[in-house]
Design a protein around this ligand. Structure first.
Ligand SMILES: NC(=O)c1ccc[n+]([C@@H]2O[C@H](COP(=O)([O-])OP(=O)(O)OC[C@H]3O[C@@H](n4cnc5c(N)ncnc54)[C@H](O)[C@@H]3O)[C@@H](O)[C@H]2O)c1
Length: 335
């Protein structure tokens, strides 16, 4: 049986990625210290290890004892606003610990390393689509910690037996009601997280240089992110190559677009407040996803706005008692 280690597997994206690899008949080893994540998929082929991924002895023992060849690194702190007030915490957890384990990997059974990076490494794009080669100008310590991680991955793994793929994820949004997976962590400031949990909504800035004055983003469904990880794994298996891909839908949605779409599907009113801009919010972030579409044949079928919104609404109905943030662990049963 093929085996994979997934750090951060109890988080939002992690739960979708675990689900994907379980469906592809992998044995999945999750390393998560549950500092943020709480989702435990219950399946005969998944095992959980509750420790900090930077604990090199534990992670190396786990890899070598089980002869694991594949590694997906998702564990990180992800709140860019928080990273401005706690830059050292972000640099340590996201970058320094990643570097610490990377230097050990070539002495293990790992042959493929996949990393969740972010569009935050680019900064803003002035209405142009961002390609993998666009300028890197992260605006937050979070973005810097991810850019530094990318650089160290390339540097350390370049001359080893390990191939790597870096996926630069754009704004991940959506749920999968069939598997009960969704954005359980109520504390994250993402637009959909707020919309599904409140009937008041603040728009931060209505005078941006965009088509309707509100900020524009590229939303990608976590099932499409999981699919991108799986296809990257297959690509590496076949080609023994290192790659970097943008992982975004390539579709531009403003805050107002999202609100207009969201209210079409609900039967209650949302009160809207126009607020000042937030510092450091780029006006426009949109991916050029030609490379991932061409090389991995990604279609981003789930990343359309109606599917994202309808999925979240149905998931909320299923899990209404669990998304308040009070619940300790969330157990999701899979067959
Ligand atoms: N959510 C997005 O829109 C988005 C966009 C771009 C990139 N990403 C990247 O995707 C990855 C996953 O993000 P997410 O949205 O699922 O976040 P999340 O907070 O839901 O999941 C992260 C998981 O990592 C775990 N973790 C954090 N530090 C750890 C450590 N030192 N040791 C062990 N476990 C640790 C947390 O407990 C949590 O379960 C991150 O690397 C993030 O930078 C996310």
């Amino acid at each position: 049986m093929k085996k994979i280690i997934i750090t951060g597997g109890c988080g939002y994206i992690g739960s979708f990625v675990c689900n994907k690899f379980l469906k592809k008949n992998f044995k999945v080893f999750v390393v998560d210290n549950n500092s943020k994540g709480k989702v435990f998929i219950n399946h005969k082929n998944i095992k959980y290890f509750n420790f900090n991924f930077g604990n090199k002895n534990k992670i190396i023992n786990l890899i070598n004892k089980n002869k694991i060849e594949n590694f997906i690194h998702l564990a990180a702190f992800i709140d860019s606003a928080e990273s401005v007030t706690k830059p050292k915490l972000y640099m340590r957890n996201n970058y320094k610990l990643t570097k610490k384990i990377l230097v050990e990997l070539s002495a293990t059974t790992i042959r493929r390393f996949l990393f969740a990076s972010t569009a935050a490494i680019y900064g803003s794009s002035n209405r142009k689509k961002i390609s993998e080669k666009s300028q890197k100008a992260p605006k937050s310590p979070y973005g810097i910690s991810k850019l530094k991680s990318e650089i160290i991955i390339e540097k350390i793994l370049k001359n080893t037996k390990i191939n790597y793929t870096i996926l630069r994820l754009f704004n991940v949004a959506g749920a999968n009601p069939e598997f009960k997976l969704g954005p359980y962590n109520s504390k994250y400031n993402h637009i959909f997280n707020k919309l599904i949990r409140n009937n008041k909504f603040k728009i931060y800035g209505t005078n941006y240089n965009t088509f309707d004055g509100t900020t524009v983003r590229d939303y990608v469904h976590p099932d499409d992110v999981a699919e991108s990880f799986y296809k990257s794994y297959q690509f590496m298996l076949k080609n023994n190559k290192n790659e970097i891909f943008n992982c975004g839908s390539g579709k531009a949605f403003s805050v107002k677009n999202i609100l207009d779409n969201f209210v079409r599907f609900i039967d209650y009113k949302i009160e809207i407040f126009n607020e000042k801009r937030r510092p450091g919010d780029p006006s426009y972030i949109l991916s050029n996803n030609k490379k991932i579409k061409k090389k991995l044949k990604m279609k981003f079928k789930k990343s359309n706005i109606e599917n994202i919104i309808l999925g979240l609404i149905s998931w909320k109905k299923l899990n209404i008692n669990k998304i308040s943030g009070k619940s300790k662990d969330i157990i999701v049963k899979l067959n």
